[in-house]
Design a binder for this molecule. Structure first.
Ligand SMILES: Cc1cc2nc3c(=O)[nH]c(=O)nc-3n(C[C@H](O)[C@H](O)[C@H](O)COP(=O)(O)OP(=O)(O)OC[C@H]3O[C@@H](n4cnc5c(N)ncnc54)[C@H](O)[C@@H]3O)c2cc1C
Length: 478
């Protein structure tokens, strides 16, 4: 008899309820991860890089405890039952997923149950599961503030489980794929140098990042919107792949301040946005394709110019804060939240490009891209989403830059050709005088582009387009 543990977006040993339950079975244990590009949207290139490194790290941790990580590829509904038969499993354990992945899991569970294999599943990746937070009439919330109030009213999330020191032995003679055979890393060209230099995927890297952030939680409330400062946790890819659980993050943040602080509460509320995104995905499984607000189905998006798209993707729009963000994304696989909002607003409003095109680029290039947060936030910025920002709120990239990157340090870091411009003009280089430009070595239109659109007229065009679908910015009901 053996036990099967199927790990997915929970690539960790600590606070892993499925692992803890599988250990209690005291039988040889087969631990598997399946790369399934067939049943679900294949993950993007940067996230694949992360997954490779995260699986390597987990494999090494398991090996230190005498265990193996079996890697498989293919449709989970076929691969998992096959493996269960091969190892002679009588029980299977996993942590629950939500949205389209829950449908895949239900099919696997049904097959296993039909073969007499007992399946046990656990809450591990969300603090509050979709069916736990409902309105009084039993419907899901569509407004974040009401959702989060109701979630918090359920009480403090449970304490994390410890990391096991010993594990049951592996099932002998099971073969999987090698990590290289999964072909997750980019080759020819290998563009991952900047990402490699920026991150340490895996449970140890996640723990280090969480420790470092615990010291900084007190400043989070005041400084989280500043992309020039290391004020946010940068935990998102670690959370995305479950190298750390939201329970661990919650308690580390809550315990880091001597008493309940506004800063910790702000941070918890951000974790709440992640929860809300997953709750919405559970209701709208095709959220990456479908407008949550159906009136946006008639929105007159522009046919995107290939040149504009290239400029946006590569950070050559002529708006320094937009370009800094897009280059940070390209170089490191991550972008600060405030800047994500600015570049997404620029694409959907200044360039009038359908949010789905931006969502796809983020899906490919973000190491933290996930099926809930990415489309949810794109729709939030575009105005088509649940409890979204109204379409008519159109960020001015110059004033946003000046407000949140006041000395221009973020722009200098990611747009080095502007590094020597004074702070007063770094977010509006076209207003710099000829002497200032010359002293900074900037020739507009040559060393750095002129703006590809004019803010005021782009704003007018966006509002006119919005008026065509009725132009209402009202809030949905809870
Ligand atoms: C257009 C757009 C696309 C986005 N795509 C993703 C994505 O694919 N994956 C992703 O994890 N986040 C996404 N976000 C949300 C947010 O930008 C990132 O979670 C955040 O920047 C990560 O940095 P951090 O870990 O330092 O966050 P912190 O500020 O330290 O927040 C802590 C954690 O809370 C969660 N979180 C914070 N803000 C949000 C939010 N608005 N929505 C959902 N979760 C949040 C993340 O897990 C984050 O790690 C997107 C935002 C925008 C505007």
């Amino acid at each position: 008899m053996a036990t099967l543990l199927w790990l997915r977006d929970d690539l960790r040993l600590a606070d892993n309820p499925a692992l803890a339950a599988a250990m209690a079975a005291r039988e040889p244990l087969a631990i598997v991860h399946v790369l399934d590009d067939e049943s679900l949207r294949p993950i993007g290139a940067a996230a694949r890089w992360w997954l490779h490194r995260s699986l390597q790290s987990l494999g090494a941790d398991l090996a230190r405890r005498g265990q193996d990580l079996i890697l498989k590829r293919g449709r989970a509904a076929r691969v998992i039952p096959q493996l269960a038969a091969e190892v002679g499993a009588s029980r299977a354990f996993w942590n629950r997923r939500y949205g389209p992945a829950a449908t895949v899991d239900a099919a696997v569970e049904k097959t296993l149950a039909g073969r007499g294999i007992a399946v046990s599943t656990f809450k591990a990746s969300l603090l509050f599961e979709p069916d736990e937070v409902m309105t009084r009439t039993g419907t899901p919330y569509r407004v974040y503030s009401a959702f989060w109030r109701a979630a918090l009213a359920r009480g403090e999330p449970r304490r994390p489980l410890p990391k096991p020191r010993k594990l049951p032995p592996p099932v002998e003679g099971v073969t999987g794929e090698s990590i290289d055979a999964l072909r997750l890393l980019p080759v020819a060209p290998d563009w991952s140098g900047g990402i490699r230099a920026s991150w340490q995927p895996g449970e140890h890297g996640a723990a280090e990042r969480l420790d470092a952030f615990a010291d900084a939680v007190g400043d989070y409330g005041a400084l989280r919107d500043r992309p020039d400062l290391p004020a946010s946790s940068m935990l998102s890819p670690h959370i995305r792949f479950g190298e750390v659980s939201p329970f661990q993050v919650w308690h580390a943040a809550a315990g880091a301040t001597a008493r309940p602080s506004a800063s910790a509460a702000k941070f918890e509320a951000e974790l709440g946005w992640r929860e809300f995104a997953w709750h919405i995905l559970a209701q709208v499984p095709d959220m990456a394709r479908r407008n949550i607000r159906p009136e946006f189905d008639d929105f007159p998006w522009a046919v995107p110019y290939e040149d504009d798209m290239w400029d946006w993707r590569r950070g050559r729009t002529g708006f320094p804060i937009v370009d800094a963000g897009m280059r940070q994304l390209w170089e490191t696989g991550w972008m600060h939240n405030r800047v994500r909002m600015i570049v997404a607003s620029f694409l959907t409003k200044h360039l009038l490009v359908d949010w789905r095109i931006g969502e796809e680029w983020f899906w490919e290039t973000l190491v933290d891209a996930d099926p809930a947060s990415n489309p949810f936030n794109w729709q939030w910025v575009a105005g088509s989403g649940a409890d979204a920002q109204p379409f008519f709120r159109i960020f001015n990239p110059v004033t946003q830059g000046e407000k949140f990157d006041p000395e221009g340090r973020y722009v200098r870091r990611h747009v080095p050709e502007l590094a020597r411009l004074p702070a007063a003009v770094i977010h509006r280089p076209w207003e710099a005088g000829p002497l200032e430009l010359a002293a900074a070595g900037v020739t507009l239109g040559e060393t750095y582009p002129l703006p590809i659109v004019e803010h005021a007229s782009a704003r007018e065009r966006a509002l006119a387009a919005f008026a065509k679908i009725g132009g209402k910015g009202g809030k949905p009901s809870p």
